[in-house]
Ligand binder design. Structure first.
Ligand SMILES: [Zn+2]
Length: 916
């Protein structure tokens, strides 16, 4: 197979000491740069006494480096508007550790040089000081606690069965808490010096930079790092052995909400030296096709009344924790007590594919969809993000996957996709799903533990596989509806009046049926058109009897049919078309949102027209949704996190019926006919809607479709308004409770709120800034200083709720139970403290980040949809003066704003503690 040429726009090289680098100039977004350092080592390189230290080390990169001692990395990047956790981040897996600094403004040369210096420090200048290590132990222990869930516990318990005779069975990256709490400093320093070496590292820089300059700077900065000696430890791929006999795991946990079943077929990855060739792209394409065709079959199957699962789907990728073994995995949510039957059904579908392959019509659809997505990516090729380029170079270094230019990828795939026959796909897949043996088959079943439950056993699950093999399997029949979405078109209307709005450079149309349309042409993407339509009303117009109907409205409408098509027929008919339109019901409005490419614009209009006029009941799909919800909701309360967020929601909304948590028992209140009726009522008067279109449209074409599909919409009845329905408790409300848990966790949420602050852009900026200030304080005091939490955050918001305005400052901290008193006190005390004074430097950094985010957002179509809507509906201009307002806020203004919020005396505290 011929090699795939690397994109010529990326400058690659290797320094004499072994360090690899990639540099690429990119203008999307403008004036921004992303930096990455990728190491091809992770938890798999740990010794037994180091379990968890690869990940621990990743944390230490933010706790003291040669040029950035203490929290210097976080503090310095913050001055660039780079936010820790969002733009500045890292991850550790079994085989790789990757750090990134994203969205660095490129307008300051010193900023670019300094970020490169951080990468250099990460590569070989971590200080790893004893006291900093000790401070971080608590943070990581809390990260473990936060991530400890039913499925995580079951994975951990069974990892050695899933990976027999492999180090992967004992190298979960989070590691052992006994190691994290107690390891000797030298253990982590040893790991660092042994594995973080230039020959295991790549530096990647993508963005608005001068490539020659960057390359020289990399040579100058990283060149002097010593070359590893001949006896330096080598990174060797840890094997995941094949299994001749089936591997079956069945486990249970008290907090598992529902049973899940996974059926996996292990496979060897392409050898590394073939991954840069056409073989890789071919395999990638084939697996993409197989997944999409199989998933379509599984979705169709789930709608059969006697199907033992309510949902199933799968795909090809790394085997659970590593890419050193691949697998085709299919996961299902069985109906209650039907785990074995569900597994048998999954195996039957795999065997059906193996024996008979896919049909020509299935493949034609999957291929059309692929080509149409490829075309869209190609058309938007001048707007590929730094992050997408950056991650592809990371993958090229770590996994050897190809990095062709979009032009080359487009050419190659436009050769492969139309010419590869379905037989070739079928041939490949029959090997992956063996028909007469269980070679490399792995089954994983996770159950909900409850007294009186019976659980699938290794024998019963193995029996299900055998039963599938012994059953009589017939070929799949593809039922397709070969007719257009709309057979007759409505009588077109007209544009009655057209004006231009200079402020937002948009056109405002008045249609013959009374609908108002706002158009803004942009070049943010070369091939993207977005639509949004909005009308006042929403579920505020419905009472308690319709609570369940309005609650599930979006989901059920989306899964219904349209025009002459059932939901599944529609799915199939939409293959190869990049167009969508969804109807949605919020508290105060109903809306229609959609998007499309230039080519499929008319399809989006047709979908929109049908959503407004002809939603069709689909009883099969509805029954499947009800089953799915029943399964998902039945044991929701078993998860401490779910119980906690339900408590927060009900307390915040004063226990009104509108915001009570949705439970399985509420499903019997749902009435499909009534939902269809509500959809009719919400869409009866198109003249009550305003439509907004933003994107790369041709105006004449767009207007033609507007006349055909929007001006023709029925527009009867009166204009509606909403009813103000939101209410929040006043005064101080405490909801402290405890519950039994498998892993003891504490969690707290606090709100300080008021309805006495008007909505203005400045107030909205002040609220956001106040939230950000507190966020930084909590991170420092609760996480870094007290080691009482892994994540500690705050936010502020001012927003309309109907005609009223709700302002709040919110704090959220999942914490270590033993340190709850300390953490809760910090949460409580820092808000009034910030009302007294705020650190000037902190606010300066926050303002820089806000301006930077704004600059990026202002070049996105979605942002403009919302700006136009706010202007149109509320007369509020979120855009024009934003940067000036941000620049004008001062510590005093933010403090005064917090004071105004506190003046109401309204405070809510929800605290969950583990039961002793
Ligand atoms: Zn971590």
């Amino acid at each position: 197979m011929p090699p795939i040429p690397a994109d010529e726009a990326v400058r690659m090289g290797k320094l004499p000491n072994g360090l690899t680098y990639y540099v690429r100039h990119n203008d999307y977004p403008e004036h921004r740069v992303n930096f990455y350092i990728a190491q091809r080592v992770g938890s798999i390189q740990e010794e037994e006494s180091q379990r968890g230290l690869a990940h621990f080390l990743e944390h230490m990169a933010f706790n003291g480096t040669e040029h950035y001692p203490g929290n210097g990395v976080i503090d310095y990047t913050r001055t660039l508007g780079v936010e820790f956790g969002k733009n500045l981040n890292a991850y550790t897996s079994t085989d790789q550790t990757v750090y990134n600094i994203n969205d660095v403004p490129s307008t300051r040369q010193t900023a670019i040089d300094s970020c490169l210096l951080i990468l250099k420090d990460w590569s070989n200048g971590l200080l790893l000081e004893g006291d900093e290590i000790d401070k971080e132990r608590g943070v990581i222990h809390e990260e473990w606690r936060l991530r400890s869930s039913a499925s995580q516990r079951m994975f951990e318990r069974n990892l050695q069965t899933i990976y027999p005779n492999s180090k992967y069975g004992v190298r979960m990256p989070i590691g052992l808490m006994s190691v994290v709490d107690n390891f000797k400093y030298n253990e982590i320093r040893d790991y660092y010096h042994k594995w973080y070496r230039p020959d295991n590292q790549a530096i990647i820089v993508v963005g608005d930079v001068d490539v020659d300059y960057m390359e020289n700077k990399i040579k100058e900065m990283f060149g002097p790092i010593p070359t590893p000696g001949p006896d330096a430890a080598q990174v060797v791929d840890e094997a995941v052995p094949d299994n001749d006999e089936i591997i079956v795991v069945s486990d249970k946990d008290k907090e598992q909400q529902y049973t899940t079943i996974m059926l996996m077929f292990k496979d060897d990855p392409l050898p590394r030296d073939e991954r840069g060739t056409l073989a890789y792209m071919l395999q990638d394409y084939v697996m993409d096709m197989v997944s999409s065709m199989l998933n379509q079959r599984l979705a169709e199957k789930a709608q059969e009344p006697d199907c033992p699962f309510v949902q199933a789907g799968g795909g090809y990728g790394g085997f659970i924790m590593t890419d050193n073994k691949q697998a085709f995995q299919i996961t299902a949510l069985p109906k209650e007590g039907q785990a074995e039957a569900a597994l048998q059904a999954l195996m039957t579908e795999a065997l059906r594919v193996s024996k008979y392959g896919f049909t020509a019509t299935e493949y034609a659809r999957a291929k059309d969809e692929y080509i149409s997505q490829l075309q869209k990516r190609y058309d938007n090729r001048s707007k590929i993000s730094n992050e997408r380029y950056g991650r592809s170079y990371v993958a090229n270094y770590l996994e050897g996957t190809p990095i062709p230019s979009m032009e080359v990828e487009y050419q190659i795939m436009n050769q492969i996709a139309p010419n590869l026959p379905v037989d070739m796909i079928n041939e490949g897949i029959s090997e992956m799903f063996p028909q007469d043996n269980n070679h490399n088959v792995v089954v994983l079943c996770m159950n909900q533990e409850k007294e009186g439950n019976t659980y699938p056993t290794v024998e019963s699950l193995t029996g299900a596989i055998t039963a599938a093999r012994n059953s009589n399997i017939e070929a799949y029949v593809d039922n397709v509806k070969n007719e257009p979405l709309m057979t007759t078109l409505p009588k077109a209307g007209k544009i009655k009046k057209q004006t231009h709005d200079a402020k937002f450079d948009c056109d405002i149309l008045e249609l013959s049926n009374g609908v108002k349309v706002v158009l803004k042409k942009t070049d943010f993407k070369d091939n993207e058109i977005r639509m949004y339509a909005y009308s006042k009303g929403g579920n505020s117009l419905y009472g308690p009897n319709d609570w369940a109907n309005t609650g599930l409205f979006d989901f059920i409408v989306e899964q219904s049919g349209l025009g002459n098509f059932t939901n599944q027929e529609l799915e199939k008919a939409m293959a190869g078309k990049q167009a969508s339109a969804s109807l949605s019901l919020d508290t105060y409005s109903e809306s229609l949102s959609g998007q499309s490419t230039i080519k499929d614009l008319e399809t989006m209009f047709q979908l929109a027209y049908l959503k407004m006029t002809d939603i069709r009941k689909d009883e099969k799909s509805y029954a499947n949704i009800m089953n799915l919800l029943e399964t998902a909701l039945k044991n929701k309360g078993l998860q401490p996190e779910a119980a906690f967020s339900d408590s927060v929601e009900t307390t915040l909304n004063n226990h009104t019926w509108r915001y009570r948590p949705f439970e399985a028992e509420h499903l019997k209140m749902v009435n499909y006919d009534r939902i269809m009726q509500i959809a009719k009522e919400r869409t009866a008067n198109a003249a009550d809607f305003t439509f907004y279109f933003v994107g790369s449209f041709d105006k004449d074409t767009l207007c033609k479709h507007i006349c055909q599909y929007i001006a023709s919409l029925p527009a009867k009845g009166k204009k509606e308004n909403w009813v103000n329905v939101d209410e929040h408790p006043t005064g101080v409300v405490l909801n402290h409770f405890s519950r039994k848990m498998e892993t003891p966790k504490a969690n707290a949420r606090m709100y300080w709120h008021t309805d006495a602050i008007p909505f203005t852009v400045e107030n909205s900026v002040l609220a956001e800034a106040a939230g950000e200030v507190l966020d930084k304080i909590y991170l420092q005091k609760i996480r870094e200083d007290a080691g009482a939490a892994y994540s500690a955050g705050a936010s502020g918001d001012v927003d309309y709720e109907g005609d009223k305005v709700f302002t709040n400052i919110m704090a959220a901290v999942p914490m270590k139970p033993e340190k709850a008193t300390e953490a809760l006190n910090i949460m409580r005390q820092e808000v009034p403290a910030a009302a007294q004074s705020i650190d000037e430097a902190t606010l300066k950094d926050i303002k820089a980040a806000m301006i930077k985010n704004y600059e990026t957002m202002a070049k996105e179509n979605g942002y403009w949809l919302s700006v136009l809507r706010w202007w149109d509906q509320r007369g509020i201009d979120l855009n024009s003066n934003y940067a000036n307002i941000v620049n004008g806020i001062t510590p005093q203004k933010v403090s005064d704003f917090i004071k105004k919020v506190l003046a109401s005396g309204n405070k809510i505290e929800v605290v969950m503690m583990p039961e002793e």
